[in-house]
Design a protein around this ligand. Sequence first.
Ligand code: GUN
Length: 292
Amino acid sequence: MTAQIIDGKAIAQQVREQVAAEVAQRIAAGKPQPTLATVLVGERVDSATYVASKQKACAELGMGSVSHHLPADVGQEDLEKLIQKLNASREIHGILVQLPLPAHLNEERILSLISLEKDVDGFSPINIGRLAQKGREPLFVPCTPYGCIYLLEQAGVQIEGAHAVVLGRSNIVGMPAALLLIGKNATVTVCHSRTRDLPAVIRQADILIAAIGKANFVRGDWIKPGAAVIDVGINSVPDATKKSGHRLVGDVHFEEAKEVAGWITPVPGGVGPMTIAMLMKNTLRAAELQDG
Ligand code: GUN
């Protein structure tokens, strides 16, 4: 069996086109331009690249973006003041604080300060708490897990009643992905580095979300035949055939897994493009909540 490849690039492009059309309509109707504020602390190259991509996406979709880049040694108080200023600004609809923050900063406190209507990453404790509770709706869902679920739904994978296994329990991906799947009536198992006999647990998965950041970790014979495999990993591995000397691979051994799975996302071109597309969707929603 060869899996159906879920084309995240194409699905992300559809989301972006929808968002761009709605942004254009809002602007034509005289409403303020939906605008995202990004906050980057320090000099991590990966974080700077992600933030630059988010700003580029805003420009491409007709949205505004305002960038704040603070030194790695910025004090907690100064960062909190910036968040409060952005909360109060009528021009800013969404606030994105790129994670991880340097260790001396209190991340939980910073995330809890972001006003709920502007929490386009969905990381505020109140949004996450609502995601975890029955009958409560978060205003925003974290972008990467939101993208994973969107891909499953677009591919026509049945979530309700399925056994979903989430590999990884991070605040950014694994844990919110598990909560979203529970909300969609899947039966969910969360695995991590200390899970016993991981292959046996993963073999039970109708849906596998792999988010542990280990290159080619999940092997083909761990996959249940016909399963839907969503690979969140983006890992760089040496590759002498490439000009750059490396290439990107996921957490799942794609070549092996595609022979067994029913659906699979590639890396690159799977979940990656969805994160930014969902951030744009959330920022548009933030503008709708604030300006009508
Ligand atoms: N760091 C890695 N992924 C993310 C994300 O989706 N949002 C933010 N703010 N930081 C991240």
